[in-house]
Design a protein. Structure first.
Length: 194
């Protein structure tokens, strides 16, 4: 239900912005494209912030493949075992992430696409418990999500995404990584079709 709501919100936001933005000829449906923008990853009580770049190839108006690479720029803190004798402040930061996706597009207008994607990826997080040893956590798993993109002209546009990540195959020996085996990722990026 949250995924459907996220897609509807993204489409509505882009649709409302459409009359304000200058429109020129619609971009070609197929070809190579790139994205660059902000991503926020929520795991448990933390929200880390990153810069995400994507490159993809759209084979026709309905399907593409894309890869993404994310580098962390800001972390977050949470309280491990609040109220317990071993209560600890822990800083979490996403250091690096990468994934590959198959993307399906539903063209709504020549300028607006709704999209859904599924793929596989992995992440590395830095975990730093207060007074403890800083260490890395690696994970990988299935990713899937929805989004929308709107082109304003010259092959340039804006894209918003919501992605759900299943975090499997952890290497977390200490147990300080935030609880839960899923992450929610929100992204806003500039798009360019080459």
């Amino acid at each position: 239900m949250r995924v459907i709501l996220a897609a509807a919100t993204a489409a509505a936001a882009l649709g409302m912005a459409a009359p304000v933005l200058a429109q020129t000829d619609a971009p070609s449906a197929d070809g190579v494209y790139g994205n660059l923008g902000w991503s926020g990853t929520s795991i448990g009580d933390t929200m880390t912030q990153s810069i995400t770049g994507r490159a993809g190839a759209r084979f026709h108006q309905y399907v593409s493949v894309e890869g993404e690479l994310t580098g962390g720029v800001d972390g977050d803190h949470y309280t491990y075992a609040p109220g317990a004798t071993n209560q600890t402040d822990v800083r979490v930061k996403q250091k690096l992430a990468g994934a590959a996706y198959v993307v399906g597009f539903l063209p709504v207008t020549p300028h607006l696409d709704i999209l859904a994607r599924i793929g596989y990826g992995g992440s590395k997080y830095s975990v730093n418990p207060n007074g403890g040893t800083k260490y890395d956590v690696n994970e990988n798993g299935i990713r899937y999500g929805v989004g929308a993109q709107y082109f304003v002209g010259g092959g340039n546009g804006l894209r918003v995404d919501y992605t759900r990540e299943h975090l499997n195959d952890f290497t977390d020996a200490s147990g300080f990584f935030p609880a839960g085996n899923e992450a929610s990722v929100w992204s806003v990026s500039l798009v360019h079709k080459f």
